[in-house]
Design a protein around this ligand. Structure first.
Ligand code: CP3
Length: 369
């Protein structure tokens, strides 16, 4: 039994008493307790590959803040790691691969990831599910996730983070057939990976398309969106009698909201470049009453608590003034409060308290009006 099902209800466009809230990267370096566990584990990968440590850090933000969902502690780059590309995280510099896909030969050798290599992720999912429950009662639902086929390809081809993902985009423009081959293999891998997460206990799924917003209009739809749509078509939509909502997030993708609406997701996550009311109206105009997730600029968390509260209020008031998703619902229903991107590692932990307090109180007051 779920003690708090606000998040799942909001994903499916059902009425709730207050707006559910979770934060991308809610378990991470802004929390001193995360840094302590990471030090025990020795490294980020040591942490992510150990289900017991992964469970410990997944629960840390829930013990500190009244959040409405847990998210599996892992990384999107586990898939290319399992494909044998040799993932490394070098101190503070982010991820890199020993064997990036830079030649036709390397691309042709790529195979769908072996799910056996990712067992540690599925073990973490089931261990987190157990840790979330006491006496058969589960505190909050657990979100599983993956990178999108295109976002994974960016790292697989360039071999690390980048300002422009020059190698990935060059392959796209000069050898679209090779990129398409990678995207097809990634889509099959992502679908298998997310399916296994559901079998292990994930109750909602999120696809992170962090770099979709770098693509030209037209190329986004053809490459990133089409491959996410392929993934979604392969996913289970129900498990053990419960619906499994799918959240799709293309950072910088607000201009393609209309295209995203047709990809089969239940929830569209947006960044701060579009307001919630504008996104709601666009979806309703298309007759696609999908839930929205987002979209506070994470940098607002560097302001004073009073200013954080003001900005969160503005966001909720904007949506409260928009049309409801369906007749009988409050305009605030069908919204999951989140940031427009991951929380910064330099965020003061007290800022998150100011945010959660405001969202809970204000979303209740606005609903009673
Ligand atoms: O949201 C959560 O709490 C779950 C955990 C999570 C992590 N990474 C943990 C992590 C999730 C959902 C991700 C997704 C991820 N990873 C994305 C997509 C979302 C986004 O933020 O755009 C991307 C692009 C990555 C790849 C990645 N992982 C990069 C570029 C880096 C280095 C940059 C950074 O923030 O440090 C990572 C490392 C990483 N993944 C950390 C965490 C907590 C920090 C590593 C550390 O502890 O040293």
């Amino acid at each position: 039994m779920l003690l708090n099902d606000r998040f799942l209800k909001a994903c499916l466009g059902e009425a709730v008493d207050q707006t559910p809230l979770w934060l991308m990267r809610q378990a991470g370096r802004y929390l001193p307790e995360y840094n302590a566990t990471r030090a025990k584990a020795g490294s980020f990968l040591g942490l992510a590959k150990n289900p017991t440590y992964a469970t410990e850090v997944t629960l840390q933000p829930l013990d500190r803040y009244p959040l409405d969902a847990a998210i599996l502690f892992s990384d999107i780059l586990t898939i290319p790691d399992a494909m044998g590309l040799g993932l490394k995280f070098t101190g503070g510099e982010g991820p890199s691969f020993d064997h990036p896909l830079r030649t036709e030969e390397a691309v042709k050798k790529l195979r769908v990831a072996d799910m056996g290599e990712l067992k540690y992720v599925f073990d973490a999912v089931s261990e987190i599910r157990k840790a979330l429950s006491q006496d058969g009662k589960q505190r909050v639902p657990l979100i599983g996730f993956s990178g999108s086929p295109w976002t994974l390809a960016c790292y697989m081809i360039d071999g690390s983070g980048s300002d422009d993902f020059r190698h990935a985009k060059t392959m796209m423009f000069s050898r679209p057939d090779l990129l398409q081959h990678i995207l097809d293999i990634n889509a099959q891998s992502v679908a298998a990976y997310l399916t296994e997460q559901v079998k292990a206990g994930a109750q909602a799924l999120m696809i992170f398309d962090t770099w979709g917003g770098m693509l030209p209009d037209g190329w986004y739809q053809q490459m990133s969106l089409a491959s996410m749509q392929k993934v979604i078509s392969l996913l289970p939509r129900e498990h053990e009698g419960r619906k499994i909502p799918i959240i799709m997030f293309t950072k910088g993708g607000a201009i393609w909201l209309n295209d995203m609406a047709h990809a089969g997701a239940d929830v569209i996550a947006i960044d701060w470049t579009i307001s919630l009311s504008r996104a709601r109206k666009q979806l309703l105009a298309l007759n696609k009453p999908l839930a929205l997730q987002g979209n506070l600029d994470p940098l607002i968390l560097f302001s004073e608590p009073k200013q954080i509260a003001e900005q969160a209020n503005l966001l909720l008031e904007d949506l409260a003034g928009a049309p409801a998703l369906k007749p009988g619902l409050h305009p605030l229903d069908g919204h999951i409060f989140n940031l427009g991107h991951g929380i910064s590692q330099f965020t003061p932990p007290e800022s998150v308290s100011a945010l959660t307090e405001t969202v809970i109180q204000r979303s209740r007051v606005l609903r009673s009006k």
